[in-house]
Structure formats: structure tokens, C-alpha cells
Design a protein around this ligand. Structure first.
Ligand SMILES: NC(=O)c1ccc[n+]([C@@H]2O[C@H](COP(=O)([O-])OP(=O)(O)OC[C@H]3O[C@@H](n4cnc5c(N)ncnc54)[C@H](O)[C@@H]3O)[C@@H](O)[C@H]2O)c1
Ligand SMILES: N[C@H](CO)Cc1c[nH]c[nH+]1
Ligand SMILES: [Zn+2]
Length: 442
């Protein structure tokens, strides 16, 4: 891992952002390629999805939509321990997601004048479940449960076909869908899948959706950006990132294990340690190297850790560590310091924050109850992680009685005339017997 030494320097926000690690291949660079793949699907439907699977997934699926029998067989064949873990995850995420549905609100702004705010689910959603370098049954739960809690009526899932499973979707992904009662599942991956959800594929009965959510690699994130003019998306939940703020009191092995844990997702994953203690940083480096050499996905993880996007950042104090973290805006932030709450007080930007030594990111990846679909690439500065609110729209209901409308009639007319839109005022006047006719006669 590279070391970025910011000690003894006072940098502005912009200088800080420029100094921080980011991947060479970012979402912006991938948008053109993703758009071309979406266009192929719009032009050639299922055949384009099958051709793209041949190119990128190393397998040619016979057909794209999973059958009900495939899903039922997958549920029946589920390992009992994995089933128990998925059920625990579903229970906890469902509980935490329920708190994300705001109650309706009614406000009386004057006698007889009421504004209501209600939260309405979108009608139909498309949920992406990654399946390239690893498979993500946990992402089925993280997508589906908040959509169900929000009250979404129609749910479609897309996940890449698997070469190891004859071009079908991974059975644990199908089983997770089955456990959650979702029967519309498509074996399609990457940008093409996002295009199929956004525009529909009539030949296979896939209707376009209103909102697309879910994590994925840089191509998936770029495709979500490309279809934003026709559907809503959650956030750009691209290649995983972890940033750890630690001082010399943190446990070297915990920090090293957590940096490596997210690096195994993708060569483009980012692992960043921000620390006030250079000696601690040295010891973490040694532990990361030892752990990387011993882990199953060592090549992928080593590429991620050596990449432009990963670093150890040395700072003078924890206040600066917080400024660095806010400028980076990590998907996952871990805080392991002598006074975690004091450090937390300096944090503004992060997708999810893991406080203290017993809240490692994989807890949130699986069974904490929080959602693991989180904003990456600095987008936590303006975006939230996936939640029930992602599938809800705020709608205002306006209820005025005759007297309440009469009360503001002059105000409306004054503004309407000022905006040179007199018919707006006439729409109010028309509701008061004879008045409109009298005035137009004058
Ligand atoms: N931010 C989050 O919330 C979050 C959560 C979970 C996972 N992730 C990330 O999701 C990603 C999963 O990636 P993955 O690759 O395992 O699965 P994936 O399903 O996201 O991507 C696989 C698909 O990418 C497409 N693809 C592969 N190579 C391509 C190329 N050269 N050009 C165009 N398209 C190509 C193919 O269509 C393939 O089916 C990882 O980066 C992981 O870190 C992020
Ligand atoms: N860390 C990933 C991004 O939040 C989520 C995940 C799923 N499975 C394992 N990890
Ligand atoms: Zn993970």
C-alpha cells in the first residue's frame, strides 16, 4: 500500500480531495462503454443479453428468465446453516428498515386549510444482485427487504448467469429470492441488465421499472448513471471502499483484517487507513501483507491494496483524520480510537459508520440489520445508503374548504397578475358565484 504523508501540512478541502486515493478506472470513464451495452439490449432484447453473457460471464445461457421450478428447487436445496443465516439477516434488516418509513403528516395551515404529506411507494422496481467475481445472496436481502417494507407491489431481480451453474443464476441467490417470495428473476448481468430493467424487454415479458437499486461493479454503477433520465436509482453503489480512522490504541490485527476484508471484493476496491501513529501504520502494513499472502483471493486483494485507490494516510491529529475522511466520503467508515464518540463528532460524510472495535464492516455486510448497499466514489457527500425511503415518494395532498379558499383569493389574484398569468386567478374566481362573470364584464 502507498503511504500519503499529510503531517505538517494544512490543506484546503479541494487540496485534500486531490491528495486522496481514487481508482484509475472510475464511473465517469465507464459510462460510454456501459451506454453502448444498454443500446444493444434496447435494439436486440434477449439475444443481446445472451451475447453479453457469452462475452463477459463466460457462458451462454439458453434463456434469461428463471422458472418457478428453478426457484423452488433452490429453496429446497439450501444448506440449513446458510438458510438460518439468511433468515436472521432478513429479520434484522426488516426490523431496521421499518424505522425508515416516515409517518404521514397533517398540518392545518389556517382554519379549513390542510396540507397532508404521505409517503407513496413506487409501483415497480428492478433490483440488481452482483455475481461476477463473487456471488451476493446477501444483496438479495438488502435490496428486497426495504422494497417490501416500503410497500412496493412489483419486484424484478437481475443477477449474472453463472458459468459454474450452466448459465443459470447462482442457486443461493435464487433461494434468497424464493425465501422472500420474489418470483421474477432474470439471469442477466452488468450494464445490459440495467438497460433491460430501465427499458424493458418485451420478448421475455420484462416490463420496465420505475426505480433500479443495488450494488455492482464499475460497469453497473456507470449504467445506473446512464439510465437516470428514465428511472430513479438509489446511489452509485460501485466497487467497495473502507476507510478506517485509527490511533495507536487500536488493535493492529483488527485494522489489518478489515482493510483486507473489503479488498477481496474487487481489484478496484479501496482500502484506506488514516492514522495519527506512524509506528502503528508500519505494524498494520506488516499484518496486511501477512494476511493477504494467506487469504483465498490473495491476487485480487493484493491488486486492490497496491492500487491507486488504497493508501495509508498519516496525519497530525484526529481532527485532521476526520477532515481527511470527510473529504474522501467513504462508503464504509470504521472508527477505532481512544475516544470513538469524540472522533464520531467530527464526521459528516460516510455511507455507514462502524463505531468501535466490535463493529467490523462484515457485520454490516450480513447481519447487523443495517443495509450494505451504500454510496461509493465520494457520493456519500450527497447520497444515502439503500433503505425503505429509497422506494418512497413524498406526495402532498391539498384540502381547502370554500371559506379557506376565499380567505386567500386576493393573494392568489395578486401573484397571478404579477406573474402575467391571469387565468390562474380566474380559476379561483370561477368558484365564487357570479364573481368571475361580474369582474370580466367590468
Ligand atoms: N457499494 C456497495 O454497496 C456494494 C455492495 C456489494 C458489492 N459491491 C461491489 O459490487 C461489485 C460486484 O462486482 P462483480 O464483478 O463481482 O459483479 P457484478 O455483477 O457487479 O458485475 C458482473 C458483470 O459485469 C459486467 N462486466 C464484466 N466485465 C466487463 C467489461 N470488461 N465490460 C463491461 N461489462 C463487464 C458483466 O456483464 C458481468 O455480468 C464489487 O465491485 C463489489 O465491491 C458494492
Ligand atoms: N461490503 C459490500 C459492500 O457494502 C457488501 C457485501 C456483500 N457481501 C459481502 N460484502
Ligand atoms: Zn463486503
Amino acid at each position: 500500500m502507498q503511504t500519503i504523508d499529510l503531517r505538517g501540512r494544512t490543506l484546503s478541502g479541494a487540496e485534500l480531495r486531490a491528495a486522496l486515493p481514487r481508482p484509475e478506472l472510475d464511473v465517469t470513464a465507464a459510462v460510454a462503454g456501459a451506454s453502448a451495452l444498454i443500446d444493444e439490449v434496447r435494439a436486440h432484447g434477449e439475444q443481446a443479453l445472451i451475447d453479453q453473457a457469452t462475452r463477459f460471464d463466460g457462458v451462454t445461457p439458453e434463456y434469461v428468465r428463471a422458472t418457478e421450478a428453478e426457484i423452488a428447487d433452490a429453496v429446497a436445496g439450501l444448506d440449513p446453516m446458510v438458510r438460518a443465516a439468511l433468515e436472521e439477516m432478513i429479520t434484522r434488516v426488516r426490523k431496521a428498515s421499518a424505522a425508515q418509513v416516515p409517518p404521514p403528516a397533517t398540518t392545518q395551515v389556517a382554519p379549513g386549510a390542510v396540507i397532508e404529506q404521505r409517503w407513496q411507494p413506487v409501483d415497480r422496481v428492478g433490483l440488481y444482485v452482483p455475481g461476477g467475481k463473487a456471488v451476493y445472496p446477501s444483496s438479495v436481502v438488502m435490496n428486497v427487504v426495504p422494497a417490501q417494507v416500503a410497500g412496493v407491489a412489483s419486484i424484478a431481480i437481475a443477477s449474472p448467469p453463472q458459468a459454474d451453474h450452466g448459465g443459470r443464476i447462482h442457486p443461493t441467490i435464487l433461494a434468497a429470492a424464493g425465501l422472500l417470495g420474489v418470483s421474477e428473476v432474470y439471469a442477466m448481468g452488468g450494464a445490459g441488465a440495467i438497460g433491460a430493467l430501465a427499458y424493458g424487454v418485451p420478448g421475455i415479458g420484462l416490463e420496465s421499472v420505475d426505480v433500479i437499486t443495488g450494488p455492482g461493479n464499475v460497469w453497473v454503477a456507470a449504467a445506473k448513471r446512464a439510465v437516470q433520465s428514465v428511472v430513479g436509482i438509489d446511489a452509485e453503489a460501485g466497487p467497495t471502499e473502507i476507510l478506517i480512522i485509527a490511533d495507536g490504541t487500536a488493535d493492529v490485527e483488527y485494522v489489518a483484517a478489515d482493510l483486507l476484508g473489503q479488498a477481496e471484493h474487487d481489484e478496484l476496491a479501496g482500502s484506506v487507513l488514516v492514522t495519527t501513529d506512524a509506528d502503528f501504520a508500519e505494524r498494520v502494513l506488516v499484518a496486511v501483507e501477512r494476511r493477504t499472502n494467506a487469504t483465498k483471493h490473495r491476487e485480487r486483494a493484493a491488486t486492490a491494496l497496491r492500487g491507486e485507490q488504497s493508501a495509508i494516510v498519516l496525519v497530525d491529529d484526529l481532527a485532521t483524520a476526520c477532515r481527511v475522511s470527510n473529504a474522501y466520503g467513504p462508503e464504509h467508515l470504521e472508527i477505532q480510537t481512544a475516544d470513538d464518540e469524540a472522533t464520531l463528532a467530527g464526521i459528516t460524510n460516510a455511507g455507514a459508520i462502524f463505531v468501535g472495535p466490535y463493529a467490523p464492516v462484515p457485520l454490516g455486510d450480513y447481519v447487523a440489520g443495517s443495509n450494505h448497499v451504500l454510496p461509493t466514489g465520494g457520493s456519500s457527500a450527497h447520497a444515502s445508503g439503500l433503505g425503505a425511503y429509497t422506494f418512497l415518494r413524498a406526495q402532498q395532498l391539498i384540502r381547502y374548504d370554500r371559506e379557506a379558499l376565499a380567505e386567500v383569493r386576493d393573494r392568489i389574484r395578486a401573484i397571478a397578475v404579477d406573474e402575467d398569468l391571469p387565468a390562474h386567478g380566474e380559476s379561483v374566481d370561477a368558484r365564487f358565484d357570479g364573481t368571475a362573470r361580474e369582474e370580466s364584464a367590468n
